[in-house]
Design a protein around this ligand. Sequence first.
Ligand code: NAD
Length: 264
Amino acid sequence: MPAVAAWEPLAEALGAVRRIVVFSGAGISTESGIPDFRSPGGVWTRYNPRDFTFAKYVASAAVRQRAWRMRREFWGAEPRPNPAHLAVARLEAAGRCRGVVTQNIDGLHQAAGSVRVVELHGTSREVICIGQRPRVGTPAGCGFRAPYTWAFARIDEGHDDPTCPDCAGIVKSATVSFGQNLFPGVLQQAVELIGEADLVLAVGSSLQVYPAADVPAAAVRGGATLAIVNDEPTPLDDLATVVVRGRAAGVLSAAVEATLTPAT
Ligand code: NAD
């Protein structure tokens, strides 16, 4: 008897439902060359996440300069969507997926063609004004927003701590840093999108970062089934009907291809 490929139970589960919502984490982008928090040699072995709290960013020009250097490194590698992002976009285009809730800040789902994407932790593709002295983890800017290239151009002109052109406030990538509150309304959007799911497909997330990790757990409490694709165990594995231990690009592209190809 031929061996069953690891992705086959996933293809079966995806084929049995109409309303999939994808919940993705840093692991879906590692095969695009963007390290997650745990990868050896990853960005977080060279930059200490504790140095980038919201409070320290507000308080210190040196921290902001280091943060811009890190962003440059991130975008300098010119990350592109990998087959996992493309498979997710294919599911949505085929009318089988309602959208994506992502913890990622890299914009690769949209670059792959996904349309409905809720970014729980914001986006590093843009920068925003957070005001001159924002407090208690909440940006309080004037509304200025620009592509990240705006900040890099200011830095190249010699402004190593670029400030808002409209109000001279602090400029920061439009991401949620440690010690920063989620942007208003985002968690609600995620809960609403997840609430449409009859199956939540969690991909490349350790499912340990809260409140984000509670989003798929809430879907299960609401009656959805859960499928998990991750290369290590997660705390929600026991809640899932399908767990595929493997690399996201190979698993998702094979499972989605099988799901969308009519049987002959
Ligand atoms: P995480 O780093 O906590 O977990 C990633 C998980 O993915 C790990 O369990 C890892 O074993 C697994 N993994 C790595 N590569 C994989 C692959 N190719 N296939 C399958 N599994 C793979 O990430 P998280 O759960 O997203 O939470 C951490 C936080 O890190 C999030 O808040 C996110 O905003 C932030 N982050 C984002 C990016 C990004 O935007 N690409 C990168 C690093 C960190």
